[in-house]
Design a protein around this ligand. Structure first.
Ligand code: TLP
Length: 356
């Protein structure tokens, strides 16, 4: 890995990774065609391999994770219908309300527990079909759960929600943007995680390091319909094989190494827990996302700490009062040690700003 010339330790997201040399080579050499006309062999290969990896019949390459969620859920639902979703989900908190606005679908929002689940009983009570309510068509879960510190949903829970969904005749959808992080953390196949879900989408451009792209996977009949939805949303791409080629390298070469990101995140979380004034439970960090808060009694508040760290070359993201660090390809153990000592020096050292 070539170090960033600017020496920054960029922990804002795993979306900041740049394509590897192998990806760039594959992109340059990719066989391409017009994918809207069904002519791009590299896209077709990617869709097949991706679907296989999550145990589904077919896949559809789309430009982004947001579009993947939209395509999945707009294809599964119609007007007067609703999707049950967690209040901490990416779908609800970070996608501009697109499913409601573009899809005419009602978002029935239930509280997420800190472990990323929605209690089974809560789901059971929420499913509805009376004449005066929208009809519940889909339950959508997120795994790993971004805003719940990258939590991995337990397999037993997924199976229970799957059984409930079957019993009540609703579809189960997974925003599996980081499904391979969950698979590596649990030491099982992504297909096992995806098994209870009719439709699963995941991203190539997060921890797997590809420059662009996500995939929606489901039955052959579903994907045929999803292709129409993608077209409607303007997501039909032409010689997209150049992107699919990088995504294939991501799937083949970048999955196993996610374990290293998880170790680095754990190291960071444990180091942060040792700094007085930082609030974090390191036991909750199972994958590559570390979320923490700063006690205002230190004299710091999160925005100022984020800015001070940026001046030292350590980039974090901020959501309300919570700071987030995401480990990824290109971030080493040494970078984590450097980031920790920068945070420690600011929070514990003589640099604390005077209280205002
Ligand atoms: N998440 C991004 C930001 O949008 C917050 C990040 O930096 O983590 N599902 C999940 C669970 C996601 O975390 C994201 C992106 C998406 C969907 C959307 O993917 P993109 O941004 O590629 O459309």
């Amino acid at each position: 890995m070539v170090r960033e010339a600017n020496g920054l330790i960029d922990l804002r997201s795993d979306t900041v990774t740049k394509p590897t040399a192998a990806m760039r080579r594959a992109m340059a050499e990719a066989e391409v065609g017009d994918d809207v006309l069904g002519d791009d062999p590299t896209v077709q290969q990617l869709e097949e391999v991706a679907a296989q990896r999550v145990g589904k019949e077919a896949g559809l390459f789309v430009p982004s994770g947001v579009m993947a969620n939209l395509v999945s859920l707009m294809t599964l639902t119609g007007r007067n219908e609703e999707v049950i979703v967690g209040d901490e989900s990416h779908l609800y908190t970070a996608e501009v309300g697109g499913l409601g606005i573009l899809g005419g679908v009602f978002l029935h929002v239930l509280p997420n527990l800190p472990d990323g689940t929605i209690p089974l009983e809560r789901l059971r009570r929420a499913i509805r079909s009376a004449v005066y309510t929208p009809k519940t068509r889909v339950i959508s879960l997120e795994n790993t759960h971004n805003r719940c510190s990258g939590a991995v949903l337990p397999m037993e829970y997924l199976q229970q929600v799957g059984a409930l969904a079957r019993e009540r005749g609703v579809f189960l959808h997974l925003d599996g943007a980081r499904i391979f992080n969950a698979a590596i953390a649990l030491g099982i196949d992504a297909a096992t995680i995806a098994q209870p879900f009719e439709v699963v989408n995941f991203c190539f451009s997060k921890g797997l390091g590809a420059p662009v792209g996500s995939v929606v996977c489901g039955s052959r009949a579903f994907i045929q319909e999803a292709r129409r939805t993608r077209r409607m949303l303007g997501g039909g791409m032409r010689q997209a094989g150049v992107l699919a080629a990088a995504a294939l390298v991501a799937l083949n070469e970048m999955v196993e190494r996610l374990a290293e990101d998880h170790q680095n995140a754990r190291l960071l979380a444990e180091g942060l827990a040792n700094i007085r004034g930082i609030r974090i439970d390191p036991a909750r960090v199972q994958t590559n996302i570390v979320i923490f808060e700063i006690d205002p009694a230190t004299g710091w508040e999160s925005l100022r700490l984020q800015q001070a760290l940026q001046q030292q070359g350590v980039l974090l993201s901020l959501s309300g009062t919570r700071l987030r660090a995401v480990t990824h390809y290109g971030i080493t153990r040494h970078d984590i040690e450097r980031a920790l000592s920068a945070i420690n020096a600011l929070v514990s050292g003589a640099h604390a700003p005077r209280k205002t």
